[in-house]
Design a protein around this ligand. Sequence first.
Ligand code: NAD
Length: 304
Amino acid sequence: MKVLVCDPIDEEGINMLKEKGFVVDYKPSITAQELKSVVSDYDALLVRSRTKVTKEIIEAGKNLKAIGRAGVGLDNIDLEAAKAKGIKVVNAPESLTQSVVELVIGFMIALSRYMCRADKTMKEGKWLKTEFLGHELKGKTLGVVGFGRIGKGVAKVAQTLGMKILVYDVISVDQKTLMEYDAKQVSLEEVLKGSDFITIHVPGGPQTYHLIDLPKLKLMKPNAFIINTSRGNVIKEEDLVYALKNKLIAGAALDVFEVEPPTNKELLSLDNVILTPHIGGETVEAQRLAATLTVSRLIEALGQ
Ligand code: NAD
């Protein structure tokens, strides 16, 4: 069987395919046009987020039996078209969890100790020691919005740092789980009002679109921070900019944006926000796990 790898994939995943006897063509920068012209030669495609597996590609893939997406979201694959042709689609949503958890903890410490501003001003030749009087995380309250894989992972580390945990989720979390994290499940309003740090871990989509807007941000304490590593449009960005500019909240850290790369110049100029270019899952370990888990599921989907 032949597999076409369309995006950069960790070589451990590629080796697994070869060891199983698959013929693997590695074309990590293949164009949409090229893909359309060669896809009929392959039994399976392996992609990350760059390659768009559209209806057109799926229909041209006369021999396609499975598609692997090494990572979380499946928004770059036309699932309906794949289903209509009986093509299996597999991914590895759990592979990036630990890396995102660690980024969130990094954001919490960087925000509460003004690490980015301290670094920037030091490099400008300044020594602003007294301006950066920070806070410990110990004893503070963390509000987790979306208590799934990543939300739970962040809560676990925060618990060991001595933080109190408030949880908001559309699903009712059972008492045993809440006890495991010393957490309390409350309404979104209570999370916003009662937390020193709020971290967002809900899925994207119409249900969570602009879940956090100005009226919600106004509920937060003026010394609280908000962190978003989920999907950009879960927070209404222009409202967040307003809240940050007018010091309605102390600061924010964002890994995801309504438009990526972000175009909002005001957001890019604020000094009470830390920005990273959607790097939540960008670690060697997460990418290796995404590749190996997806490949093992792809092999299974192909019945090998
Ligand atoms: P998950 O599916 O394990 O957890 C999501 C949780 O959100 C679930 O408990 C669900 O019940 C809850 N939820 C759903 N709708 C909700 C709503 N309207 N209000 C409150 N809670 C709601 O997902 P996960 O693996 O923890 O991922 C969380 C988010 O992180 C996703 O948006 C994912 O796309 C994103 N993510 C980002 C990166 C990155 O690079 N920054 C990497 C991986 C995942």
